[in-house]
Design a protein around this ligand. Structure first.
Ligand SMILES: Cc1cc2nc3c(=O)[nH]c(=O)nc-3n(C[C@H](O)[C@H](O)[C@H](O)COP(=O)(O)O)c2cc1C
Length: 204
């Protein structure tokens, strides 16, 4: 059975456009495929920023960890297991100062684990999270998918780089953009994102 992992990062709850559209997309995939939907809301799950305990913990075998290090590694291990069990990953974020919500960055710091989701080989790093497809839902005040704003968009290239590094090459992006240009523009942005969601769900 297929499994869908939904990762949402906006702290704006029901006001969030990325939360709403990413959730809609993941729920449609689950309904269509009958797959299990695992939700990881990064506002509910408050991950610690990478610190000395965490970096020490992930560099040694589990048996050698102190109690504090074992605790620090436990949530990371759980998030890695969620990622590895999924065959579809839906990630929602706002464009925040040209990049992603910091909660999502911290999630990435917890799931990019040498020996678990990627490995260093003689031929360089190799992603271990293969055979998965990812969908990005990016909400933005401005326009970043094309035009003069595109070079300022560090969110989509960054997420694609990280996912590619982990072995996830198939990535589709849904934009909810230009929402700061007034209510009419915001309405159009949501309608266009919902149309894209329908199209992607049909193709799944
Ligand atoms: C701290 C902060 C920084 C933001 N930075 C940008 C930005 O760099 N570019 C942009 O177009 N919009 C920016 N925005 C607007 C958000 O991208 C927009 O509100 C989006 O809908 C947020 O996603 P969400 O609705 O899922 O929370 C920013 C908003 C906040 C609160």
């Amino acid at each position: 059975m297929s499994s869908i992992l939904l990762v949402t990062s906006s702290p704006r709850g029901s006001e969030s456009l990325s939360n709403a559209i990413a959730t809609e997309l993941a729920e449609k995939f689950a309904a269509q495929t009958g797959g299990a939907l695992v939700r990881r809301d990064l506002t509910e799950t408050q991950l610690d920023h990478v610190d000395g305990t965490f970096t020490a913990a992930i560099r040694k075998p589990a048996a050698d960890r102190t109690v504090e290090e074992a605790e620090a590694a436990a949530i990371s291990d759980k998030l890695v297991a969620e990622l590895m069990a999924a065959d579809t990953i839906v990630i929602g974020t706002g464009l925040i100062n040209f990049n992603i919500y910091s909660s999502l960055k911290t999630w990435i710091d917890h799931i990019a684990r040498a020996g678990l989701t990627f490995s260093y080989t003689e031929n360089g790093p190799v992603g271990l999270a293969k055979g998965k497809k990812a969908y990005l839902v990016l909400a933005a005040g401005g326009i970043y998918s094309s035009g003069p704003g595109a070079p300022l968009n560090h969110a989509e290239p960054y997420l694609k780089t990280v996912l590619g590094f982990l072995g996830i090459e198939l990535v589709e992006t849904v934009y909810v953009e230009g929402v700061a240009y007034g209510p009419e523009a915001a309405e159009k942005a949501v309608a266009s994102a919902k149309a894209k969601v329908e199209e992607l769900a049909r193709a799944a």
